[in-house]
Design a binder for this molecule. Structure first.
Ligand code: PSU
Ligand code: MN
Length: 319
């Protein structure tokens, strides 16, 4: 028999975790098991131009409420991770100057008392920490084109493999390597469901040219799959991919031109790492005469609505 050796515990391991603070409304809804949808803030702070981002913040929260769920926008303010923001806090998120926080940056921002907007990865981590299993965004981060040389693979993918949160999105931006992104999601055992589609959506475009492994037809079906996925003991999240509404899709010609230009611009200016996605989105907004902005707003709003419908279906099915 092996002698019993107590495992030494580092004194740091005994520090209480940094508390993630919920707004009163969100805390009450979580405690009562009412439907809650988390909303990501990088798309507000870094994906949409001012002042449209502030209007979008209200619009997304309203879309969630209209479907009968409570919205909870996520960010870090003065070093405090927050789930559920006041109007004044949304002003700060949308006012400029916030850094972009992925999961690895959360501890740094908390430790240094900083403000920051949370990516899909960081939003998922904070939402899970307070027991909110659902959130909506525009597009997931993924494998960048040329990743074989740059190694630029979004932390969103690794985070979803270990964070039990359902993300409603419009696939990934066409600026990414879509098949490679789908492969990495498969490696992470993250289920990918198309919402009323067989094609994985490409953010500004409804069809990325690559199929989805599964499709569902209703929020009730999505909720049933999510419950089954979690009940089988998977630690992974899940992707529910909804194409942008047909009327709001960016025209193919405009899209392809901006994509080529944007990729060239990023290479010419030597933009790398976490600045790539915001720079490309900005190029689309500036170069499409507002069309890509309308598309982006429409798809996030539709995703917020669908996430709320799934949240309601989940709450209804929970005894
Ligand atoms: N959806 C949008 N706009 C955005 C994003 C999503 O409509 O700006 C953000 C998300 O926060 C996602 C991030 O996590 O883009 C991906 O960043 P990166 O490629 O650096 O991992
Ligand atoms: Mn990256």
């Amino acid at each position: 028999m092996m002698p019993h050796v107590p495992v030494p515990v580092s004194p740091h391991a005994r520090l209480p975790p940094a508390p993630t603070v919920m707004s009163e409304e969100v805390a009450a809804a979580v405690a009562a098991g009412r439907p809650v949808v988390a909303l990501e803030s990088t798309l507000l702070a870094h994906g949409l131009p001012r002042p449209h981002n502030r209007a979008a913040a209200d619009d997304l929260e309203a879309a969630v409420r209209d479907q009968g769920a409570v919205p909870a926008t996520v960010a870090v303010l003065d070093g405090v991770p927050r789930v559920g923001l006041s109007p004044a806090e949304l002003d700060r998120v949308c006012g400029g100057g916030l850094v972009k926080l992925s999961v690895r940056d959360l501890g740094v921002a908390v430790g240094l008392g900083r403000d920051g907007a949370t990516t899909v990865a960081a939003t998922a981590a904070l939402a899970q920490a307070v027991g909110v299993p659902l959130f909506a965004t525009g597009g997931l981060g993924g494998v960048h084109r040329g990743a074989r040389d740059s190694w630029d693979v979004s932390a969103d993918l690794a985070a979803l493999a270990v964070t039990g949160v359902l993300v409603v999105c419009s696939g990934v931006k066409s600026i990414l390597d879509v098949p490679a992104t789908l492969e990495v999601l498969e490696t992470g055992s993250v289920p990918v469901l198309g919402y009323r589609t067989d094609a994985f959506p490409g953010f500004y475009r409804r069809d990325s040219g690559h199929p989805v492994p599964w499709r569902v037809e209703s929020p009730v079906e999505a909720a049933a799959v999510w419950r089954a996925h979690r009940s089988l003991g998977s630690p992974a999240g899940m992707v529910l991919a909804q194409p942008v509404p047909a009327a709001d899709e960016l025209a193919a010609g405009v899209h392809d031109r901006l994509l080529d230009e944007g990729m060239a611009l990023v290479a010419r200016r030597g933009i790398t790492g976490k600045d790539v996605t915001p720079a490309l989105l900005e190029h689309f907004h500036a170069g499409s005469g507002g069309a890509s902005l309308r598309t982006n707003l429409a798809l996030v709003r539709a995703n917020a609505e669908l996430a709320a419908q799934v949240a309601v279906a989940l709450a209804d099915a929970t005894p």
